[in-house]
Design a protein around this ligand. Structure first.
Ligand code: GUN
Length: 291
C-alpha cells in the first residue's frame, strides 16, 4: 500500500513557518507582506479560490488587498488597476484570478504585472526563464511548486528519475514539466492527443496528473512503487452527499494506492499546498523588497 501524502498537514507546517517569518519581518521593519488578489466577474469556482487565498492571508498576518471588478470591466481599466498595484509600495504580490472573461486578453494582462510582484509566476518572462537552463525565474508557479515541495518533503528524489506529466496547461502541466526538468528528471508530457498514454505512464517513477479528467488514471497504469501527485479537482455527481457532488482526482485513488509507493489524495493533497505556495511567494517578494 502506498504512503498517502497528507497535503493538509504539510501545508500547515509550512504555513506556521511563513507566519513566524511574517512576525519577524514585522518586528524588524514595521511592515508586513501584502498580496493583491484581483477577481473579475462572479464565477463560483473563482470566487471560492479567491476566498481561500484571502482567508489564508489573514491567518498568516499577510495584508490582502481585495480588488473585485465587474464582469464587464474593460481590458484597459483592468490594466490600469494592475499598474496602480505595481506602484503601490505595500503590495508585494499581485494575482489576477484566471480565467478572465472572453473580451479580455489574458496574456496581455499578465504581461503588465510587475515581474517583482508576479507571485503566480505566469508572466511570460518568468515562464521563459523557467524554460531555460541555468536561469531562474523570480517566482515559480504555485501548483507546480506545490507538487515538487510535496515530493521533496516526502523524501522522493527527482534527479535521474523518469517523470510523466499528464496535461499541458499553462497553469500546471507545462510549468510542472519544466520544473521537473530543472530538477534533473527525464520528462515526458502526455496529453489529449497522445496515443496509448497508459503505456507511457506505466514507465514513470513520478506521475503528475493534471488533465482535469475524473479518475482517468487506473491502478494498472501505475508502475509499482511510483510517486503519484494528483492535481485533478473534478466535481462528480454524488446523490449521497448533501451538496449533490464530491471531488475526485485524475487518478483512481482506490486502485492506484494499492500499487504506488506514494500518492496524494483529493481533496487534501495538492489543493491546500497551492495556496500555501502563493503565500510563500508573497513572503519571498516582500523579503526581496525589505532586505
Ligand atoms: N485559476 C486556476 N488556478 C489558478 C492559479 O493558480 N492562479 C490564478 N491566478 N488563477 C487560477
Amino acid at each position: 500500500m502506498a504512503t498517502v501524502i497528507d497535503g493538509k498537514a504539510v501545508a500547515q507546517t509550512i504555513r506556521s513557518e511563513i507566519a513566524e517569518e511574517v512576525r519577524a519581518l514585522s518586528q524588524k521593519y514595521g511592515k508586513v507582506p501584502g498580496l493583491a488578489v484581483v477577481i473579475v466577474g462572479n464565477r463560483k469556482d473563482s470566487q471560492s479560490y479567491v476566498g481561500m487565498k484571502r482567508k489564508a492571508c489573514a491567518e498568516l498576518g499577510i495584508k490582502s488587498f481585495d480588488i473585485d471588478l465587474p464582469e464587464q470591466v474593460s481590458e484597459s481599466d483592468l490594466i490600469k488597476q494592475v499598474h496602480q498595484l505595481n506602484v503601490n509600495p505595500d503590495v508585494h504580490g499581485i494575482l489576477v484570478q484566471l480565467p478572465l472573461p472572453k473580451h479580455i486578453n489574458e496574456e496581455k494582462v499578465l504581461s503588465e504585472i510587475s515581474l517583482e510582484k508576479d507571485v503566480d509566476g505566469f508572466h511570460p518572462l518568468n515562464i521563459g526563464k523557467l524554460a531555460m537552463k541555468d536561469r531562474d525565474p523570480l517566482f515559480l508557479p504555485c501548483t507546480p511548486k506545490a507538487c515538487i515541495e510535496l515530493l521533496s518533503r516526502s523524501g522522493v528524489s527527482i534527479k535521474g528519475k523518469k517523470a510523466v506529466v499528464v496535461g499541458r496547461s499553462n497553469i500546471v502541466g507545462l510549468p510542472a514539466s519544466l520544473l521537473l526538468l530543472k530538477a534533473d528528471a527525464t520528462v515526458t508530457i502526455v496529453h489529449s492527443r497522445t496515443t496509448q498514454p497508459e503505456s507511457i505512464i506505466r514507465e514513470a517513477d513520478i506521475v503528475i496528473a493534471a488533465a482535469g479528467q475524473p479518475m482517468m488514471i487506473k491502478g494498472s497504469w501505475i508502475k509499482p512503487g511510483a510517486a503519484v501527485i494528483d492535481v485533478g479537482t473534478n466535481a462528480v455527481d454524488d446523490p449521497t452527499k448533501k451538496s449533490g457532488y464530491r471531488l475526485v482526482g485524475d487518478v483512481d485513488f482506490e486502485e492506484a494506492s494499492k500499487v504506488a509507493g506514494w500518492i496524494t489524495p483529493v481533496p487534501g493533497g495538492v489543493g491546500p499546498m497551492t495556496v500555501t505556495m502563493l503565500l510563500h511567494n508573497t513572503l519571498e517578494g516582500a523579503k526581496r523588497c525589505f532586505e
